[in-house]
Design a protein around this ligand. Structure first.
Ligand code: UDP
Length: 317
C-alpha cells in the first residue's frame, strides 16, 4: 500500500537515501531540511518524482497540508566535527525539532520513527552494546550536546508513545558510510577516503586502537524500513557487528584506493568512545534483518562516489 512519508533531514546522507528508496517502493515523500548540514545536490535527482521538498527549520512549527502516514525524523548534525561547531543547533533540533516532528505525527495520526544513535551508549562500559544498556555519557563533555539531545529525543518519543498512544519507533544507528557523505564530513571513512584519493596523509586520531563497526548505507536503510513497518515500539540497534580498529579501516582504505598515502597520528578527541559494536539480536529476531554488504564492496562503492565528487570539485582535506 502506498503511503505519504515525511522525512526531516531529507537532504542529508541517510535522509536522501531513505527518500530515494521509499520513492522506488512507490511511496510519496515530503522532504524537509534547513540545509544546515544537508545539501540539495543529494536530492536534486528526485525532483521529477512524487517528491516535495520544503526548506524549513523544524525547530519552528511545521505546517503541512494533507494526510501523512509516517514521519521519519532524521534532521540533526551527526558528524562530531559538526556538532562541535554547531552545539546549540544540535541541542535545539534534538529537543525542539523532535517536539515539532512528534507534534506533526500526532496531529496526522502518523507512525513516527526517531533516528537515534549508538552515541546514547556514550563511551560504553558494556560490550557489545545491547538496547538494554543505559550508557555512559558525559553530559558536559564536547559530545554531550549530541548524545544528550538524542537521549532527550528518545525520552520525548517514548513519552508521546506512552501518554498520547503515538505509534513511535526508535532506531539506534551505529557508524554508517556510503555515497553522499560529504567530502569534508569529518568522520573517519569520508576523511580517510578523501585523504587517500588526494595523496594526503590519513589522520588517525590517537593510536588508532579504538574500535568501530561500519555499516553500508543500503543495509541501514533496509533495516530502518523494516522497523518502520514492524509492530515494535522498543528501541532497535541497526548496525554492522563487524568490529575493527580505526587503524585497520585506514589501512583497508589505503589498500582499496591504491594510494601511496601514509598514516599520521593526531590527538585523540575528548571522550572519543574506546569501543563500539552493536548487538543486533533484537533486529535479527524482530525484523529478520541482517547486514549483507561486505566492507570491501561497500568501501569500493563509496570510493567510486568520492572519486567522481573530487573530480567535479577538488577539496583540500
Ligand atoms: N577518526 C580518526 N581520524 C579521522 C576521523 C575520525 O582517527 O580523520 C576516529 C575518531 O577519533 C573515532 C573513529 O575514527 O575514534 C570514528 O570517528 P567518526 O568521527 O567517524 O565517528 P564516531 O564513531 O566517533 O561518532
Amino acid at each position: 500500500m502506498s503511503a505519504r512519508v515525511v522525512i526531516t533531514g531529507a537532504a542529508g546522507f541517510i535522509g536522501s537515501h531513505l527518500a530515494e528508496t521509499l520513492l522506488d517502493r512507490g511511496h510519496a515523500v515530503v522532504g524537509i531540511d534547513n540545509l544546515l548540514t544537508g545539501d540539495v545536490a543529494n536530492i536534486a535527482h528526485l525532483v521529477n518524482r512524487d517528491f516535495l521538498f520544503i526548506e524549513h527549520d523544524i525547530t519552528n512549527y511545521i505546517y503541512l497540508d494533507g494526510p501523512v502516514d509516517f514521519v521519519l525524523h532524521w534532521a540533526s548534525p551527526a558528524s562530531p566535527i559538526d556538532y562541535l561547531e554547531l552545539p546549540i543547533p544540535t541541542l535545539k533540533v534534538g529537543a525542539l525539532g523532535t517536539h515539532k516532528a512528534l507534534g506533526l505525527a500526532k496531529a496526522k495520526n502518523a507512525t513516527f520513527v526517531l533516528a537515534s544513535t549508538s552515541e546514547v551508549y556514550g563511551d560504553p562500559l558494556e560490550h557489545p552494546q545491547k538496547e538494554s544498556y543505559w550508557g555512559n555519557v558525559n553530559p558536559i563533555g564536547p559530545r554531550g550536546v549530541y548524545d544528550e539531545a538524542k537521549r532527550f529525543a528518545e525520552a520525548m518519543t517514548t513519552a508521546y508513545h506512552r501518554y498520547h498512544g503515538l505509534n513511535a519507533k526508535i532506531v539506534r544507528i551505529f557508524n554508517t558510510y556510503g555515497p553522499r557523505m560529504r567530502v569534508r564530513d569529518g568522520r573517519a571513512v569520508p576523511n580517510f577516503i578523501a585523504q587517500a584519493l588526494q595523496g594526503e596523509d590519513l589522520t588517525v586520531y590517537g593510536d588508532g586502537s579504538q574500535t568501530r563497526s561500519f555499516c553500508y548505507i543500503s543495509d541501514l536503510v533496509d533495516g530502518i524500513l523494516r522497523l518502520m513497518h514492524s509492530d515494535t515500539n522498543d528501541p532497535v540497534n541497526i548496525g554492522n557487528p563487524h568490529e575493527m580498529t580505526v587503524l585497520q579501516i585506514a589501512t583497508e582504505i589505503i589498500a582499496l584506493t591504491g594510494s601511496r598515502s601514509r598514516i599520521v597520528h593526531c590527538a585523540l578527541p575528548v571522550d572519543d568512545p574506546r569501543v563500539r559494536q552493536p548487538d543486533i539480536t533484537r533486529a535479527r529476531t524482530l525484523l529478520d534483518w541482517e547486514p549483507s554488504v561486505s566492507l570491501t564492496d561497500g568501501l569500493t562503492r563509496t570510493i567510486e562516489y568520492f572519486r567522481k565528487k573530487l573530480a567535479e570539485t577538488p577539496v583540500a582535506g
